[in-house]
Structures are given as structure tokens and as C-alpha cells.
Design a binder for this molecule. Sequence first.
Ligand code: NAD
Length: 320
Amino acid sequence: MKIAVIGCGNIVVKEHIPAIISLDIKIHALCDISQGNIDSAKKLLDYEVPTYTCYKQLIKKERPDTLVVALPHNLYYDVLIFCSDFPLKIIKEKPFALNLAEAKKFSDLSRGKNLKIFTVCQKRYTPAYELLKQEINDTGEKISHLTIRYTIPSENPNANWRSQFSTSGGGVWLDMGYHVIDIINYLFDGKEVTVNHARLLNSSEENYNVEDMAFVEMECAGVIIFAYISCVEIEKHEDITAYGKSKIFYTDKKGLTVKNKKQQLVKRIEAEDDSPFVRMYKDFLFDSGEAGFERNLSSSTSLMRILEKAVMNSKFNVAA
Ligand SMILES: NC(=O)c1ccc[n+]([C@@H]2O[C@H](COP(=O)([O-])OP(=O)(O)OC[C@H]3O[C@@H](n4cnc5c(N)ncnc54)[C@H](O)[C@@H]3O)[C@@H](O)[C@H]2O)c1
């Protein structure tokens, strides 16, 4: 495998490069328009690596077979079009696309002769979410309602390229909601999701023109799903509560708690401390093969459809 990285920003330095290193895979080249960001990425490696400020040069000169691409959302289109002339596996950061129309183009590219696109979706590999899915299946409990809360206390909400619809494609609903819908697809095995109600709110219109909060009610397999997403919360939360007939299931990333309706503890299981990024890389690089790419591609496309439905349904459509 000859892997190169395009875009050495926050998520690549924090998660992708450490995950690649932990799997003993060598990085063959790095690219970013910021020398400072290239330097931060280089510091993580204990070997020399060629660096580029132009991704086209990198691809032409180094001829990688696999690319990790993590960029501002509006740049993926040009990069993928250029890449489609080369035989490449692309591990691109979420979201799959800016919107459904672009998703269809990327999907066609990925089913063409050269490219295979895999969109990052590490949260479905969170061990605690696996515990939740397993426990609900094992108990056979009928779930009527599920709440997913994903909030961050950002010190610089919707900053830089995230601040403008033209460069981000949307606010927290696209950026963080992408993960939430992917978790729903995981928990419900990709069954159809409908959007009952959506509100995307921008509480700081003078600072950015995309939403910083989303309240969305969905439905899947007869279960009402409520998602609350925000980058302007006081506290970080990433948790799921599922309400069954006689039991309540709660999971954050640390583990799973099951209580009965009298609030008595039925079960507590601690989750393994495995990095979701490492588990994701292992799965699609070594285990799931061609079928994994195809599964990821159809899941990414259906996910974009759900995201777009909520944008259309939102009474306050900040993207208009
Ligand atoms: N999977 C996750 O949990 C997760 C978390 C955060 C971000 N992301 C995604 O990762 C991507 C990047 O987000 P980020 O937070 O790391 O942003 P970032 O702004 O920190 O990183 C983007 C990088 O792209 C570089 N860049 C810009 N134009 C370039 C060009 N033409 N050629 C090469 N490099 C260029 C910038 O200099 C910067 O280093 C986005 O798609 C975002 O949604 C995913």
C-alpha cells in the first residue's frame, strides 16, 4: 500500500496519522497549502517524507495507490475529479458530499474504472454503540423512542471555512449530523429513515451564515428518533438513550447502562478503550475488501438523502 495524505489539518494530525502509524502503515507523502500544518504532521512520523503544497504534483510524482483526503468541504469536488484519472482508493473525510446532487456525481465516480471512494464514518465503530446494538437485540426489547445527543462546547464555533455555506455546504447538521445519521444507519442496519420534523437554527447570524443547532425528529422501523446537535453547548455530550417497554438503555462512549422503568440498575458494561478510527481503518483496509467500499458508498448516498430531507423540512432553512 502506497498511502499519501492531502490536507494535514486538525483531524488528520489528531486521528488519521496516529491511526495509520498504529497499524504500521508507512505514509509516502504529505500535502497541504500550509507549511505549518505539514510540519505538525511530519512531527508525528519518525522517518523522512516528501511534502507538497499542490496535490496534483503529489499524485503525478508519487503515484500513490491510496489517498487520505481531509479538506474544507467545497474542495473535495475538484480533488476527486482530478483523482478520477488515476487508479486510487480514496479515504475521504465526511461528509460524503456538499449535497445530494454532488453525492450522485461522487457515487458515479466511485463506480467508474479508476476511483474507489470510502467516506470516513468512524463513530459507527465506537465499541459502546456496538454494545448498545447487541444488548437491544439480545433482550428483544421493543424500542419506541431513541434520543441521540451530540453537542460540543466549541470555543470558536463555525470558524474559518465552516462559517460560510459556500465553503462548508451547511452547519452542524451536515458536519456533525452526518455522524448521527451514520450511527442511526448502523443501529437500524440501513433501514429507511423518514424525517418528521426539522429545525436548523443559527443563533449567531452576525458571525456565520450556517446553523449552529439542529433539532430533528426522524422515524425508522417504527422507532421515533430525536437528534439534538449543537456546537454552542456549555458541555460536550455524545450519547444515545433508547426507551423500551420495560427497560431504558443509555450509552455514552464509556459504556452501556441498562435500567428498568423504576430506575433500578439492571446492567452496566464498560466499553473497551479501542480507537474507533483504528477499528475503521482495520475494517476497510484489511477486512471488508471491495464489498466494504460498496456498502460505504450506498450508506453514504442514503445518508445524504436524509440530511437533505431535513434541510428541506426545516422551517428556518439557513441555507436558503
Ligand atoms: N471524522 C471526524 O470525526 C471529523 C472531525 C473533524 C473534521 N472532519 C472532517 O475533516 C475534514 C477537514 O476538517 P478539519 O477540522 O481537519 O479542518 P482543518 O481546517 O483543520 O483542515 C483542513 C486542511 O486542509 C488544508 N487545505 C486547504 N486547502 C487545501 C488545498 N488546496 N490543498 C491541500 N490542503 C489544503 C488546510 O490548510 C488545512 O490544513 C472536513 O471534511 C471535516 O468535516 C471529520
